[in-house]
Design a protein around this ligand. Structure first.
Ligand code: FES
Length: 149
């Protein structure tokens, strides 16, 4: 962990530490892959039951995810979930990445409070939707013209 990350960790209130795992706090405070990809091979924007949105961009090379990035207007756990799911997807084949579940994200994060578990579901769902978009635009590349990203 970098010293910048250490400094951020010092800002985390003690009550947050009693609720969230160190991994959740780390990914929420210093999210990985937090950016858009121009002309991505796969993109999805999904809305969770809470009304928050997550977007995921994929760069695919030779059937594997070379790069996965995300943005969200959601809560801290959704930032941690987006960060974790993009880390988990990177380097995997599209088939392997499609099998990443909410449970996998929760396990990798060291769990989330029950009322935040849907944030991990939003991340897993958005990844699956971005992979679906990749397949659709691969089969019909003209669809990319009408995509916002
Ligand atoms: Fe909406 Fe976490 S994604 S509360």
């Amino acid at each position: 962990m970098s010293s910048e990350s250490d400094e951020l960790q010092d800002l985390v209130p003690a009550d947050a530490r009693s609720i969230y795992s160190e991994t959740v706090i780390d990914h929420a405070m210093a999210p990985r892959n937090l950016e858009a990809i121009q002309n991505a091979d796969g993109f999805a924007s999904e809305r969770g039951p809470c009304g928050d949105t997550m977007e995921i961009w994929l760069r695919i090379k030779s059937g594997c995810i070379a790069r996965a990035t995300f943005m969200t207007d959601g809560c801290g756990p959704s930032i941690a979930s987006g960060s974790m799911v993009t880390e988990m997807a990177t380097g995997k084949s599209t088939g392997e990445a499609h099998r990443i579940t909410q449970r996998d994200v929760l396990d990798a994060l060291g769990g989330l409070p029950e009322d935040s578990e849907h944030c991990a579901l939003l991340a897993a769902k958005t990844l699956k939707a971005a992979l679906k978009d990749y397949i659709a635009t691969k089969q019909e590349p003209w669809k990319r013209t009408y995509r916002r990203h």
